[in-house]
Ligand binder design. Structure first.
Ligand SMILES: [Zn+2]
Length: 433
C-alpha cells in the first residue's frame, strides 16, 4: 500500500543516465520508492501527499565522514594547527564527555542534518552506542563506530573493551534497516600495528566496514615514515587492511600509485574539503580519484573543523577548492560534485539502492524549495544546487520512507528541546558558562 506521494516538482534522479523528470510524481511504499516518473503515467493511489511546490526532488544527501556529537564543541578551538587543535583542545575536552552528552550532541547534529537535507551519515566517535541511539530516534540512516586508539579511552577505558564495544555495536545492528555498526580505529598515528591487525580481524570476521582517518596531512606521512619507515597507506597495507571493507577519511597526502591501489582493492574515500581547508591539511587528489574511479563521497568532518554539517555548502567549497587548486575551472564540475554527495556517497556506504531516485530504491528523498531569489532563474539544476543552494532551502526531508521534515517543520523531533539539551550539556561539561 502506498504511503507517500511527492508531486508537483522536477525529479533529479542521480541515476547513471542523469535522468531529470519534469512535473514528476514519486510514490513511496514502505521504505522504498515504488514509482518515479511523469505525472501522466503515475498509478492512481491514495496516500499522504507532499507538495514539492515546483521545486527539485532529489536523493537525500550522504555525509560520508563526521563526528556528530562534536556539535557540542562547535567553534570551541578555531584557527589552530591540527596537532595543537587535537592534542591541546579536542582530546582534553573529550575526556569530560559522558554518554548523555554524546547523545545530546548527536541529536543536535541529527536535527541540523534533517533540516539541511542530509539523510545518511557515517560517524566515528566515543560512546558510539549513543550516536546509534540518536540515529534510531531521529529516523536518519547511519553507520556508527566507536573510535579506538592505543591510549585509554574516556569512554571504554582499556583497549580490550574498545574491541568488545565495537563487536557488540556491529552485532547489535545486524539486520537493522537504517543503522549499521563498523570498526573505527582513529588514525595511523594513534593506532599501533597490533591494534590495527585486531581491528582488521574483527572487520573480516563480522564483514563490517573498517573506517579510519588516513593520509590527512603531510605531517602524518612524516610521522609514520619516521616511526615505521613506510608511508601511511603502506603501513595499513602491510597489516592487511587495504581491501573492500576499508573506508578512509580525508586521503589527502596520497600519490598516484597509492590511489590506484585503493581503487584496485575496492576501498572507499570520504573527502572532507572544508575540514582540510580549515585545518590547512592540504588538497586531496580529486583528479586521481576520478581517474581511477574510486568511490569518493563527501564528508563534513566534525563541527570543530567545519563548523557546520551543511553538505550544500560542502559541495560548493569542494568544487571551488579543486578549481583554484588546479587553476582549472573545469575541475570538479557541479554534476560530479553533486554525485559525490549522493550516488558516490552511496557507493561509500555500500548500501544497495541508495543515493538515486528510481523504482526499488530506498526512499531517502529531499525537496529543495527553488522559489527563492538566489535560486532564480535555473539553467542547470546541478549548478543551482552546488553553487547557490543552502541547506536552509530544503523544504521536505524523507528517510527510509518516513517524513522527518515537512514544510521546514520537524515531524519527529522537538527542535527547541534538542537545542536546550545540548546547551545544558555544554554547561554541565564546563565547556562554557
Ligand atoms: Zn574526522
Amino acid at each position: 500500500m502506498a504511503k507517500l506521494i511527492i508531486q508537483n516538482g522536477n525529479v533529479l534522479t542521480m541515476d547513471r543516465e542523469a535522468t531529470i523528470i519534469k512535473d514528476a510524481v514519486l510514490i513511496v511504499d514502505g521504505s522504498r520508492i515504488s514509482y518515479v516518473g511523469p505525472k501522466s503515467k503515475a498509478p492512481l493511489v491514495e496516500a499522504e501527499k507532499l507538495d514539492a511546490g515546483g521545486g527539485l526532488i532529489m536523493p537525500g544527501l550522504i555525509n560520508c565522514h563526521t563526528h556528530a556529537s562534536m556539535t557540542l564543541m562547535r567553534g570551541m578551538a578555531d584557527d589552530l594547527p591540527l596537532e595543537v587543535w587535537l592534542t591541546e583542545h579536542i582530546f582534553p575536552a573529550e575526556t569530560k564527555l559522558t554518554p548523555e552528552a554524546v547523545y545530546a550532541g548527536a541529536m543536535l547534529a541529527c536535527v541540523e542534518m534533517i533540516k539541511n537535507g542530509t539523510t545518511s551519515f557515517c560517524d566515528m566517535y566515543l560512546h558510539a552506542r549513543q550516536v546509534g541511539r540518536a540515529a534510531e530516534e531521529s529516523g536518519l540512516r547511519a553507520v556508527v563506530g566507536e573510535v579506538i586508539y592505543d591510549f585509554p579511552s574516556p569512554a571504554y577505558g582499556e583497549l580490550d573493551n574498545g574491541f568488545a564495544w565495537s563487536q557488540e555495536l556491529i552485532k547489535g545492528y545486524q539486520g537493522h534497516g537504517r543503522v549499521r555498526g563498523a570498526i573505527m580505529p582513529h588514525a595511523p598515528y594513534t593506532c599501533s600495528p597490533s591494534l590495527l591487525e585486531k581491528a582488521a580481524q574483527i572487520s573480516a570476521d563480522l564483514d563490517a566496514d573498517l573506517n579510519i582517518h588516513l593520509a590527512e596531512t603531510q605531517n602524518e606521512t612524516s610521522q609514520i615514515l619516521e616511526k615505521y619507515d613506510k608511508r601511511p597507506l603502506d603501513y595499513l597495507q602491510d597489516l592487511g587492511l587495504v581491501n573492500h571493507r576499508l573506508w578512509i577519511d580525508h586521503g589527502v597526502d596520497l600519490n598516484e600509485d597509492e590511489v590506484a591501489r585503493l581503487a584496485e582493492a575496492g576501498a572507499r574515500v570520504a573527502h572532507c574539503p572544508e575540514s582540510n581547508m580549515k585545518l590547512a591539511s592540504g588538497v586531496a587528489p580529486l583528479e586521481l580519484y576520478k581517474k581511477y574511479d574510486v568511490a569518493l563521497g563527501l564528508g563534513t568532518d566534525g563541527c570543530c573543523s567545519n563548523n557546520d554539517l551543511d553538505l550544500f555548502c560542502e559541495m560548493d567549497s569542494c568544487a571551488k577548492l579543486h578549481k583554484v587548486h588546479n587553476l582549472d575551472p573545469t575541475a570538479a564540475p557541479a554534476d560530479y560534485v553533486l554525485g559525490m554527495a549522493t550516488s558516490q556517497g552511496a557507493r561509500c556506504f555500500g548500501w544497495e539502492n541508495l543515493g538515486c531516485l528510481e523504482a526499488g530504491a530506498l526512499a531517502d528523498i529531499i525537496v529543495v524549495d527553488t522559489s527563492r531569489p538566489h535560486l532564480s532563474p535555473i539553467y542547470s539544476p546541478y549548478s543551482s544546487l552546488v553553487y547557490a543552494a543552502k541547506g536552509s532551502d530544503v523544504r521536505h526531508t524523507v528517510c527510509h520512507g518516513e517524513v522527518l521534515m515537512k514544510d521546514k517543520k520537524l515531524t519527529k523531533l522537538d527542535e527547541s528541546e534538542v537545542m536546550a539539551r545540548a546547551w545544558e550539556q555544554v554547561r554541565d561539561l564546563g565547556y562554557r558558562d
